[in-house]
Design a protein around this ligand. Structure first.
Ligand code: SG4
Ligand code: ZN
Length: 255
């Protein structure tokens, strides 16, 4: 057993150390998003079905040793925005850094945010997550940057033992304001953890949502489990560094 974390290595280290050849592929995530240079493209509006429904209970984010993850009930569907068909939401999770280091996965104009939220969906064409990872357009992830403070309504959450709890709210409360949802980056990428399947159509919103410093500290106080390979006791810096673009177009929605 080695103590080296597989969560945040370079792609070649991933391949060499953990035998995940996908992680050294040509369409890996995350990447830097250049909102000034583009290339820019027009997209149809995004359609989010069921995202405005108040959840019947709190969202309990489970510590899985690499992140905190909330499973979603069926019925939340993402489409539009140039996506090929309908994508079912299955879970959301977060990536975060430490007091010393921002922990978003994507960067915006070379700058990282303190945290990043991912809402993971699979295509209705492929039936399940495990099947969808085999197709280049099998998975759609919505990425949302989190900033500390700011003028927006901060996200409400608290810790309960090793869980993070978000009181009942619609999933849309985790997204930027409806008028800002047309501002996003779109590109073909991968899952950001091994096995780094190159199956993800990424939509990363450019407008961050807000969280308070004490709420962000709730994430930094989540403990890495014994089975995880994190070197430190607290689960921090569970973000993968940006990967080479290799000639891909990282499109910026111009609408
Ligand atoms: C995190 O490790 C999540 O905990 C994983 O979710 C997730 O795996 C993984 O990140 C990769 O997802 O949007 N960052 S990402 O590319 O969604 C999957 C679970 O393990 C397959 C449930
Ligand atoms: Zn993620």
């Amino acid at each position: 057993p080695n103590s080296i974390s597989t969560q945040y290595m370079t792609s070649s280290e991933y391949t060499f150390l953990s035998g995940h050849p996908n992680c050294a592929g040509l369409r890996q995530s995350p990447v830097d998003l250049d909102s000034f240079r583009g290339p820019f493209a027009e997209f149809p509006p995004i359609t989010l079905t069921g995202y405005d429904t108040l959840s019947s209970s709190s969202w309990n984010l489970q510590n899985n040793g690499h992140s905190v993850v909330a499973s979603l009930p069926t019925g939340m569907v993402l489409s539009g925005a140039g996506l090929n068909g309908r994508y079912h939401a299955v879970q959301f999770h977060f990536h975060w850094g430490s007091a010393a280091k921002p922990g978003s996965e994507h960067s915006l104009n070379k700058l990282q945010f303190p945290m990043e939220l991912h809402i993971v969906h699979y295509s209705s064409r492929y039936g399940s997550m495990s099947n969808a990872v085999r197709y280049g357009d099998g998975i759609a992830v919505l990425g949302v940057f989190l900033q500390v403070g700011g003028i927006l309504q901060p996200l409400n959450l608290y810790t309960l033992g090793q869980q993070i709890v978000i009181p009942p709210m619609p999933l849309a409360a985790l997204l930027p304001d409806v008028h800002q949802r047309g501002r996003f980056a779109r590109y073909q990428g991968s899952l950001t953890t091994p096995s780094c399947d190159e199956a993800v159509v990424w939509t990363v919103f450019l407008q961050p949502i807000s969280i308070s410093l004490s709420q962000m500290e709730a994430f930094r106080n989540v403990q890495a489990t014994e089975s995880s390979s994190f070197p430190q006791r607290s689960m921090m810096n569970n973000n993968r560094p940006v990967q080479p673009v290799f000639g891909r177009s990282i499109l910026i929605a111009s609408s």
